[in-house]
Write a protein that binds this ligand. Sequence first.
Ligand code: GLV
Length: 339
Amino acid sequence: MAAHVAVPTALSEAAPFSVLVTRRLPHSAMRILSTSGLCEVQQWDSDESMPHAELLSRAPGIHAILCLLSDYIDKEVLDAAGPNLKVISTLSVGYDHIAIEECKKRNIRVGNTPDVLTDATAEITVALLLATARRLFEAAAEVKSGGWSTWKPMWMCGQGLSNSTVGIVGLGKIGCGVAERLKPFGVKKFLYCGRHPKPDKADRLGADFVPLPTLLAESDFVVLCCSLTPETAGMVNEDAFRKMKNSAIFINTSRGAMVDQDALYSALQEGQIAAAGLDVTTPEPLPTDHPLLSLKNCVVLPHIGSATVATRITMSILTAENILAGLRDQPMPAEVLLH
Ligand code: GLV
């Protein structure tokens, strides 16, 4: 790995706080921090991850950390930072990489980026679902490899959305966005499950609240849209795949750790389910020799759910604004409520 130094940017003499930014960010976000007059910024000026050891060595005395979902802000980092640490702002809606319980104990405020990435993430979920169900990557590979000999009646046939049942695990904002976008494709029925029913959203979409086993058994498409918590970790396991239809398409754009990947591999290889589309895996990046990558019926994307230019810039700005509000003891534009 090329060596990258953490560089201070645009220091203000009067700046009372120090902020650690763990990655190269769009200029608009850095400008918000560096022109605030509030903080001195140390940045890991690279597109690659700041090594954990570097994060630990930069942490002592820091007042705020602007991090990414690939940085583990664990107890060790919080201990290294010490009592100055007031705010952590992550460039993601998910915050499973942050030791939330520890933050709560230490009165450290946490900000994230909900809402602004809903459309982009719902969009990629639909794109991945269609690409997986209609075997787009597999078919395109056949064109390049010379496997396209002629038009054949049953060649490269996949599953369509018309008259289908779509099961959404977690009817939050992204889950709703997915259902809204899929509806015009002629879906017959939406099912959803989660901690509790969401009648307002569900009525609007015509979605039925069902237990997870029912959703798995009845859905043609099973779409994971919930967040990673101790309850959802490993939730999609061998038993879950066994309940799904042999023609089922499984899509995950949330977090890889909700899925038992060995069980997924077996389910795909043995024809227990038809195909899977994943934007998230464990680990990330998925090693290039991982068994899932050897399967034609598994599409894996490199965690690009929110990756539109506009969305990532908006997320970066929101992340910087969360830092400043936290340092000023003001309401953050998007704060994770630590009950
Ligand atoms: C992406 O996965 C996010 O949590 O924003």
